[in-house]
Design a protein around this ligand. Structure first.
Ligand code: TEU
Length: 526
């Protein structure tokens, strides 16, 4: 396969609102990211994906953009952004922007114009119909909102304040490409593309994901913007299957570098209630999905390797018994880090941040609030509803980054916009930095190993599943020429028999016996 420089990247996702507040407004900001560049460089990451920092009324925490070319004042200014891009670059760190172009905010100039009437030149930037159909919004309720004035409905996959753009309109598409080029010219070296699967939607046919023109638009975008440069792009697709993901990532098609797929997560969701009613994690199912992406014939379709994001609960809370938080967080990261693909680290996972308890009035996320009401309306018991929302709410991952054990976890001097996890007194960066045996120290070690003499093997070597039928051990081998490494992960809180030979190059315990200890990970070279 053709090698690209971005194959070597290790991406760190920053949720800017909750990363580091230097202005004292209770929201994280761009200068706060600049302040932590040394920390990020030391961690070893080479690319920062920033969740949206553009002008926004924040109905969906910045995923409702009202001006794509302006930084929202809560985060700072455009100058701050240009400064971040250039300072990061001096450290060999790229900036990946979040491209939210399925929809805008209803406060965007285009929508403000479009809603003036049917003859407005911007009307066709959005999707208007005389009649609605049964399509539902992901944030629940109808996907259509009635506009009294023009007596038409407009379409929105998310909140009614997030009207969907009409990608069938070539003028709109060119506006988007211009905007992307504006940021490329300002030094952006990557794009994470929000809900890219929806761009080709055909609402009349009840089709939202993977519509007929989807790949034509993505190819066009590639050609008009990042295609000629070595820019790293990752599309978000909740619908992607083995087959459809190859369309996005086949290098000959000139679309995207890679996509985020979620089947390893959604397979545990309920058919009707989705993530609000999950079933127990099953390692065999998980392995099947993760391993199939590593098959040799799939090698040219580049992969993403991730455990958490701003849309998912904290990974350590999701997969690990809380009494084993520390070893568990280490094992989870190492488990992904030696697979082929690009590792993504969600802020705070490198110190083992966890889910927390929210009272109902403490939720900030529109999705959790709507789901709570929906489940109660459907007649579910209040306690069950609260328990399920707590488990899956996106608020879990959006709490302020825990830097120190001082007030507000060192995130801000003022009361933060959302709840701080009370465990900041024991889980924080300072404490992790002061311990040789910390999760943070282990992350650094893993990243160093991935970048070491094993880099080519990890990126391009052959993959083979080991102990495939084992219910609690995930293990695999990577091989390139004479070089071989084997990775063994115990996903359970029980000691588990496993025979391992070779020279140990990584271990999250001090020793290795006949049995793998709870959540033990061991990497050996042969
Ligand atoms: O997420 C897409 C999306 O569909 C999520 O809302 C996801 O399906 C949900 O969490 C599962 O229940 C992207 C962004 O990552 C998310 O933060 C935005 O809210 C959303 O798009 C709208 O822009």
């Amino acid at each position: 396969m053709k090698k690209h420089s971005w194959h070597k990247d290790i991406v760190y996702q920053i949720y800017p609102k909750s990363f580091n507040d230097t202005s004292g407004n209770g929201y994280g900001d761009i200068n706060g990211i600049i302040e932590k560049l040394d920390y990020l460089e030391e961690l070893g990451v080479t690319c920062l994906w920033l969740s949206p920092v553009f002008k926004s009324p924040m109905k969906d925490n910045g995923y409702d953009i009202s001006d794509y070319r302006k930084i929202d004042p809560i985060f700072g200014s455009n100058e701050d952004m240009y400064n971040l891009i250039s300072q990061a670059r001096t450290k060999g760190i790229k900036i990946m922007l979040d491209l939210v172009v399925n929809h805008t905010s209803d406060q965007h100039f285009w929508f403000q114009e479009a809603i003036k009437g049917k003859d407005n030149p911007y009307r066709d930037y959005y999707i208007w119909r005389d009649n609605k159909n049964d399509l539902k919004s992901i944030f629940l309720g109808d996907a259509w909102t009635y506009d009294e004035k023009s007596k038409q409905y407009y379409f929105h996959m998310f909140a009614k304040e997030q009207p969907d753009l009409n990608w069938e309109n070539p003028i709109l598409r060119n506006e988007i490409y211009d905007m992307m080029n504006f940021w490329i010219n300002h030094g952006a070296e990557g794009f994470r593309m929000d809900v890219i699967e929806f761009l080709g939607k055909e609402p009349e046919n009840m089709i939202t994901s993977d519509g007929k023109n989807l790949h034509e638009y993505i190819h066009e975008m590639n050609q008009q913007t990042f295609g000629k440069k070595d820019i790293i792009t990752v599309g978000e697709s909740w619908s992607a299957t083995d087959e459809t993901s190859k369309l996005y990532t086949n290098p000959n098609r000139k679309e995207l570098s890679m996509i985020f797929r979620f089947d390893q997560i959604t397979t545990f969701w309920d058919d009707k209630y989705g993530k609000w009613m999950t079933r127990d994690f099953d390692l065999l199912e998980y392995k099947n999905i993760i391993f199939s992406r590593q098959k040799k014939e799939n090698h040219k379709y580049w992969n993403t390797l991730f455990l958490g994001s701003h849309d998912l609960p904290r990974s350590v809370s999701q997969y690990v018994d809380p009494s084993f938080r520390k070893v568990g967080a280490k094992m989870l990261f190492a488990c992904n880090a030696f697979l082929s693909g690009t590792p993504f680290i969600y802020q705070g996972d490198e110190i083992g941040m966890t889910n927390l308890h929210f009272d109902i009035d403490e939720y900030k996320d529109i999705e959790a609030i709507n789901a709570h009401n929906m489940l109660l309306d459907e007649g579910f018991d209040k306690d069950i509803v609260e328990k399920n929302i707590l488990k899956s709410s996106r608020d879990n991952a959006r709490t302020p980054m825990q830097w120190t054990d001082t007030l507000y976890a060192g995130f801000s001097d003022e009361k933060p916009w959302t709840k701080v996890n009370p465990n900041y007194t024991i889980i924080n960066v300072t404490k992790e930095q002061n311990s040789k045996d910390s999760i943070l120290a282990f992350y650094k070690k893993v990243i160093r190993l991935r970048k070491s003499e094993f880099n080519d093997l990890v990126l391009y070597g052959d993959f083979e599943a080991l102990n495939r039928e084992h219910k609690s051990i995930l293990s695999y081998q990577r091989k390139q020429g004479e070089k071989v490494i084997k990775v063994y992960c115990n996903f359970s809180s029980q000691e588990t028999q496993c025979s391992i030979s070779g020279n140990i190059i990584l271990n999250n315990y001090d020793t290795l016996d006949q049995n793998l200890k709870p959540y033990q990970v061991v990497v050996v070279k042969i």
